[in-house]
Design a protein around this ligand. Sequence first.
Ligand code: ATP
Ligand code: MG
Length: 611
Amino acid sequence: MSTANDKAKSTDVPEDAHKVSNFLRQIIESDLAQGTYASRKWAGAPGDAAYHASGHPDPAKIRTRFPPEPNGYLHVGHAKSICLNFGLARDYGGVCHMRFDDTNPEKEDTEYVDSILDAVQWLGFNWDAHGTSHLYQASDYFDFMYRAAEFLIQAGLAYVDEQSADDMKINRGDFNNPGKDSPFRSRTREENLTRFREMRDGKLSDGAAVLRAKIDMASPNINMRDPAIYRIRRATHHNTGDTWCIYPMYTFAHPIEDALEQITHSICTLEFEDQRPFYDWLLTRLSETHALKDGAQLSALLALPNPKQYEFARLNLTYVITSKRKLAQLVNEGKVNGWDDPRMPTIVGLRRRGYTPESLQLFAERIGVTKSDSWIDYSTLEGCLRDDLDPKAARGMAVLDPVQLTLTNWDELMGSDTLESCQAPIHPHLPELGKRQFKIGKSLWIERTDYEETPPKGFFRLFPGNKVRLKYGYVIECTGAKKDAKGQVTEVLAQLIPDTKSGTPGSDSVKVKGVITWVSHADAASAEVRLYDRLFTEANPDAGGKDFLASLNPDSLKVITAYVEPSLLSSKPDAKFQFERHGYFVADRTDHASGKLVFNRCTGLKDTWTK
Ligand code: ATP
Ligand code: MG
C-alpha cells in the first residue's frame, strides 16, 4: 500500500538525465524529425484499422508500453524497463501503456496485478494521459486475435497442423538443416478454416493440433519456419474464464497487442531479437488487403504504420538473481521472509530495504541502455541509493554494538544524576530542518570497537591515556576499563574534560584526533536493527546453470539490539536516516511502530564489500 506523498513525481529525475542519449532516444528523435508516426490516428482505445480510422490524429507523439506477465512480483530488471518505457514517453510527449500480458492462462494470477500496478506508481509513473487510463490487458484482445487467425487462414497464410509434437520438432530442422513441410501444409483454406473452428469449439483434444503461420520451412531463422500461433489448452483464464479452449502463442499475441494499441516503439529485451522478423511479417500481413479466390477482398485488419520492435540488453546485476521463477523458489523454500524481504531484488523488497523511487530512477539513468549484454556491479545500485539519501536523510546516532562508558568524574564536576542537553543538526547541510536534542550524563553507550586496550597503530579512539571527543558533547580522557572473568570489557572508564562542550566558546582548546558517537543511558531507546547484506556470496549466482542456492550468503541477515538517540523514537515507518558513522537505515515499513523500533540497514556509508 502506498500513500500519495511517498510516490515520486516523474519530474524528480535529475535535469541532466534527459540529455544522456542512447540508441533508443536517437531512433525516437529521428522518427519525430521525419514524422514517421505523424499520420497515425487514435480512436480513444485499442482497436483495429477501421476503428482507429474513425478517430482523431493521435495526441501522443509516441506510444510505448510496459507489458509484464502477471505471474510474479516485479524486480529491479523490470524497474529498468519501467523507467525506460515510461521515461521515453514522458520525455518525448508520448504515452506509455500499462499492459498486462496475460495471454498464457496457466501461470497468471490476479494476486500479482495489484502489486505490479503499485510498483509502477511507486516508481513515479502512471498511465493516465489525455483523459484516458491506458491500462490494458492482452486477454481483452482474444476476440481480435481469433479474427486475425482466421484472416491469415483466409489469406492462405496459416494452416492447422496435426502432426505429432515429435514429428513437428523433427521436421522443424535445426541450424544446419532446413525444415520439412508438414503433410498438412497444403490443406485448402476452407479445410483449414473448418478445422480451426473445430479447434475453437472443443472438438479436438489438448495438443492434437496447432495453427501455424505458413511462411518458410527453409528459412535460416528457425522462428520463421511456420511458427505455431494458436494451441489447444483447456485451462480457465483469470479474465475470460472458460470462454476459450484455444490460446494464442506469445509470439503471435504480442505484435497484435502492440498494433491494436497503436504502439510506435515496442521495446523489449535482446532474447526477442530473433522474433523480430516474425513480428514484422505478421503485422505486415495483417495490415494488407488480400485477394480472395472469387475476386473478393479481405480488407486490412490493422492500421498503418506498424509498431516497430527494438531490443536492448536486459539488466544483469552482480550478486542478484532476476528470474521470477528463481525468486519464487527463494520465497517458497523459506530462504527469505517473503517477496518483500529486504534482501530480495523485488521492487517491494528494495522498497522495504530503503530504496527510494528517485534512487531507482537514478540507477536506470546511470546504467543506460545498450545493445549488448553486460553485468552491472551491485555497488552501482547501492551508490545510487547513497547519492539519493545523503542530501536528504536525517542524521541520528545509534550504537550498534554497545558497551557502557562511565564518566567517573561526572558527579563531582556536574553533580550526581545531572543531565546536560546537547544538540546536533538534523542534516548538516539543511539548517532549515532544525536540530535534534539529546542528553549527556554519567553513563553512556559507545561502540565496543571504539575501545582498545592496546591500540594498533593509527587508532585514535579510546585507550588508556587518550583523549577523544564525544560527538556533539565533551572531550574525555580514557582511564581504563573493567573486564569480566573472560577478559571481555564490560565498562569503559573516562574522565570528562571541563569547558570542552561542542558549540561553547573555547571548546576546541583541547585538540583530539578521534571523535566517537554515543548515546546516553538516560534517553536512548533500544531498537531492533536488521543488518542486511548481499543475499549471495558469488557475483554471478546462477551463471551457466549453477545452483544459486549453493552460494546463499549465510550472513545476509544479522539481527541486533542497538541503542538509538531519542529523536529516532518518533520516527515513522519508511523514514530514512543516516546513522552517523554506520550508514543508511530505514524504519521498517511493516514492523516498525512507536514502542517497537525496527530499523533496516539500507547500505553502508561507502562501498566496503570485500571481494
Ligand atoms: P522472468 O523471465 O523473470 O519471468 P520476464 O522477462 O518474463 O521475466 P515479464 O513480466 O515478461 O518478465 O517482463 C515485463 C517486461 O520487463 C518485459 O518487457 C521485459 O523485457 C522487461 N524485463 C524483464 N526482466 C528484465 C531485466 N532483467 N532487465 C530489463 N528488462 C527486463
Ligand atoms: Mg516473460
